[in-house]
Design a protein around this ligand. Structure first.
Ligand code: 5RP
Length: 235
């Protein structure tokens, strides 16, 4: 039976709440972006109102606004690795490789994930895929000569389309553009990762290979954890 939207929202929230349990006072926490990460931010804000003392770094301006409204203490620079970062994803394979960025925040998300001791993904079960590439890979590119960059990306075997919004091309928080690139064959994501990084004009892409320590799925059967969660938090 298909899962309806209300169920999916409940599953996202359940996954997020499991991650909220891992946050303890004194931690430096990375806050992801998107509708699933939003539940995490709201849960952390609730615990802050109950006395949790943390410092957080947001992966998008939208998350920053949400966290600030929720009373979470934010920083925009760090001098040590983040203890934990919790974020959503668009596609997740059985090896915890991801496609992210359909919300447009992939660059900051990747920088923050990379700067974290533990990068955890929260998602409803519909995000689990047998193989990455069911949908496009978002690629953030600089606006200058983006058509040339797009053609270079397509030479890797993809079909690129410029992401647009109501008021023209979508702009990321960094002022860049997003190309959504459909690849016919994405059997070697780590190879594609290297090839994309060799193209001038490509800032970052939404393939997150070997980065997630664990994925917390929420679904009709409850919570399913793939990988290892950090030790339970005390504070
Ligand atoms: C934004 C992202 C999001 O984490 C991803 O798109 C999942 O979003 P949602 O939880 O709304 O499905 O990568 O850049």
């Amino acid at each position: 039976m298909p899962t309806d939207l209300t169920d999916i929202e409940a599953h996202k929230r359940a996954a997020a709440e499991r991650a909220v349990e891992l946050v303890a006072s004194g931690m430096l926490v990375g806050l992801g972006s998107g509708s699933t990460a939003r539940y995490f931010v709201e849960g952390v804000a609730r615990r802050v109102r109950e006395g949790l003392e943390i410092t957080a770094l947001a992966t998008s301006e939208e998350t920053q606004r949400l966290a600030r409204t929720g009373g979470i203490n934010l920083v925009d620079t760090i001098d040590r690795p983040l203890d934990i970062t919790v974020d959503g994803a668009d596609e997740i394979d059985s090896r915890r490789n991801l496609i992210k960025g359909r919300g447009g925040a992939l660059l900051r998300e990747k920088v923050v994930a990379h700067a974290s001791r533990a990068f955890l993904v929260i998602a409803d079960e519909t995000k689990a895929v047998p193989k990455l590439g069911q949908g496009p890979v978002p690629v953030e590119v600089v606006p200058f000569l983006w058509e040339v960059t797009s053609r270079n990306i397509e030479s890797l075997g993809g079909q690129a389309s410029l992401r647009t919004g109501a008021r023209g091309p979508f702009r990321t928080d960094n002022g860049n553009l997003i190309l959504d690139v459909a690849f016919a064959d994405l059997t070697k994501p780590d190879e594609l990762d290297r090839h994309l990084h060799r193209i001038p004009g490509v800032v970052e892409h939404g393939l997150f290979i070997g980065m997630a320590a664990a994925v917390i799925f929420g679904g009709p059967q409850g919570i399913r954890i793939v990988g290892s969660l950090p030790a339970p938090a005390a504070g």
